[in-house]
Write a protein that binds this ligand. Sequence first.
Ligand SMILES: *Cc1c(COP(=O)(O)O)cnc(C)c1O
Length: 378
Amino acid sequence: MSAPKIQFIDLAAQQRRIRPAIDAGIQRVLDHGKYIMGPEVQEFERDLCDFSGAKNAISCSNGTDALLMILMAKGIGPGDAVICPDFTFTATPEVIALLGATPVFCDVDDVTFNLDPDQLPAAVSAARAAGLVPRAVIAVDLFGLPAEYERIEQFAAEQDMWVLSDCAQGFGSSYGNRMAGQFGDATATSFFPAKPLGCYGDGGAVFTDDDELADVMRSIRVHGKGTDKYDNVRVGQNARLDTMQAAILIEKLKIFPDEIVARNAIAKRYEAGLSSIDGLVVPHVPEGSVSVWAQYTLRVDAGRRDSLAASLGEAGVPTAIYYPKPLHQQTAYEGYPCQEGGVPVSSRLAKEVLSLPMHPYLGESDQDYIIEQVRKFA
Ligand SMILES: *Cc1c(COP(=O)(O)O)cnc(C)c1O
């Protein structure tokens, strides 16, 4: 049997489905010529509000700038500590450090891969011991699964802190009766092509139910504008979403609900095929949450992970390791504090995680082949 051609994420399959609509959308932008803040930007923002149930959706240049806009609007700066998970993409702590504030790395839960609420007090203690004021928690919805917001929000409220949801991987997910966009005080997401909802370039958005915060972020998005961009009332960014990307996202958002269903069906099939294997743990979704499966990430007994990845690679099954190095071990972040007691789970996960191909167009026969190759190794 010859190996099928399997993509880790197949964006071309999605494009084949909606290419005429995408072409028409791009054509409309070329015709009206409003490349910056054109009508598609407002239309897409209304669509985002309808989809997420958030009161305000503000599109922007990318997920990193989305995080930055929220922190800037909240006035985060030197002397402030912002707690974030040690096991996430570098953009999460990067925006904290960019503003002169201090990221404090908190450990994660080895079942959900997300911030462990039990560790938050030890992270706050580390911040105070370093002479910093703990101001906020950034919870990350890693691999598409919402963090444990109820406990995180409750802890933050008790400590007079606020919560930012880094939902770059989790847009479309839900937690209880809340959709992504309604997590924390404000939510940031990314439309990087490989994210669950992606455009054909860079893009992002912020969400909040706080109208005042939303107005400040709309100002920050365009150079801290007052009445217009030549009236500058604060230091801001150039963080707009291109009209062209908005036109593309309008079409992609229409099929997104359908794709979330497909992603969940694929995750179920992986679970059925892989959950009984010794030395391998499949991801678990807590009761009440719906993941969008940005990644389908296994935990493999340390020491066997790299050989499994190699054997899958030889069989034509692409895999990825998110993330090979926890943040506190990265050169750029060596100088920043970890929670009291350290971050042992994050350090261990970096040696155990392995992500399998996951996208809404992964066919059953390809998936069966992937499952068979994993079982063969195990
Ligand atoms: C992708 C990602 C970001 C950054 O998004 P960009 O659009 O690439 O800037 C931030 N946080 C997390 C967790 C991400 O996965």
